[in-house]
Design a protein around this ligand. Structure first.
Ligand SMILES: NC(=O)c1ccc[n+]([C@@H]2O[C@H](COP(=O)([O-])OP(=O)(O)OC[C@H]3O[C@@H](n4cnc5c(N)ncnc54)[C@H](OP(=O)(O)O)[C@@H]3O)[C@@H](O)[C@H]2O)c1
Length: 300
């Protein structure tokens, strides 16, 4: 197997910086596409070589060198539409002889759509029901087609809700935003950000022509259970409970779409083939670690 000596990250935010740190501890050099001065400065501070460029300005990508590198693509699609012009812009900007060793893409388990609570593995047909999921599927399709044409191994990680230090819904819980009563909730799935970063590193060693892995801690639960356990971990009162019908008045359409799609993610292929042992195999362990992490920054 070729040793990875250089990594490039397209979309170096929370997960990207964690992945960069893991590769740096192995002595691997890391570069990252940065679209703004703050992201350039952040990369620089972390010992990551900043590559100026913006996926929304395709001409700014012409200088990117990816041959012989492990490339991670972690940038989200735009907020609207049914395609991912950012992924397509990157692929078009790469010269015809560009040959990364591997490309790893973080997609979403949302591409499976609603499964009425059934278990979903990588052979389950995709059935995206939101524009968000359709954009992700477009990015997957574009990348897989490009990989087949160029002979570049592609790894797609279908990722559910990411939680971790600084990613807990603290503001929503503090503002007493209600949750839907458990008997009316579908199944949702989670992965701790540190485990996802370790999975991304393991995926970088993958040399199959094309592989899809479902990512999850293997313990599906409800969104309500997640909010309750997050409140406990943060030392806050649990949120008030409303019916699914009442929730339409309080929750965003995006949050409602997460609650209404119910699936249980089967991540056995990930464990069997990539051999990653999770640091946080359940929410209880993962949330306890988040609550004691002083570096927490909150997102909702
Ligand atoms: N939240 C979840 O539960 C969840 C679930 C499944 C998948 N995901 C996806 O997982 C991926 C990694 O997550 P994350 O938490 O690391 O995301 P993040 O912290 O938001 O990082 C995304 C990065 O993409 C960069 N980016 C966005 N638009 C760009 C553009 N036009 N040109 C260049 N760079 C651009 C951002 O740059 P700046 O630093 O300049 O803003 C940021 O560094 C994301 O695609 C996310 O949508 C998330």
């Amino acid at each position: 197997m070729t040793k990875i000596t250089a990594v490039t990250i397209i979309g170096c935010g929370d997960i990207g910086t964690k992945v960069a740190a893991l590769w740096q501890t192995r002595g691997t050099t890391v570069s990252a596409l940065c679209r703004s001065r703050p992201s350039l400065e952040r990369a620089d501070k972390l010992g990551i070589e900043p590559l100026p460029g913006d996926l929304d300005q395709p001409e700014s990508l012409a200088h990117l060198q990816v041959s012989g590198r492990l490339v991670y693509y972690f940038a989200p699609p735009p907020q609207t539409g049914y395609t991912d012009p950012r992924m397509r812009a990157l692929l078009q900007a790469l010269p015809p002889d560009a040959r990364p060793n591997v490309m790893v893409y973080i997609s979403t388990t949302g591409v499976y759509g609603d499964s009425a609570g059934r278990w979903v593995n990588e052979d389950t047909p995709v059935n995206p029901q939101t524009a968000r999921a359709r954009r992700r599927l477009d990015a997957e399709t574009a990348l897989r087609t490009w990989g087949q044409q160029r002979g570049v191994p592609i790894v797609i990680l279908r990722v559910p809700g990411i939680y971790g230090p600084g990613r807990l819904p603290a503001a929503a819980i503090r503002s007493r935003r209600p949750v839907v009563k458990e008997s009316e909730c579908g199944f949702t799935n989670r992965i701790h950000a540190d485990d996802l970063a370790r999975i991304c590193v393991a995926a970088g060693d993958c040399r199959h022509a094309e592989t899809i892995y479902n990512v999850s801690d293997g313990q599906p639960g409800t969104m309500t259970e997640y909010f309750n356990l997050a409140a406990d971990a943060l030392g806050l009162p649990r949120p008030p409970v409303v019916s699914r019908q009442e929730a339409g008045r309080f929750l965003s359409p995006e949050m409602l779409s997460y609650i209404d799609e119910s699936r249980r993610i089967d991540s056995r292929r990930l464990r069997d083939e990539l051999g990653v042992t999770l640091l946080y195999p359940s929410l209880q362990e993962g949330l306890a670690a988040c609550a004691t992490d002083p570096s927490a920054r909150c997102r909702d």
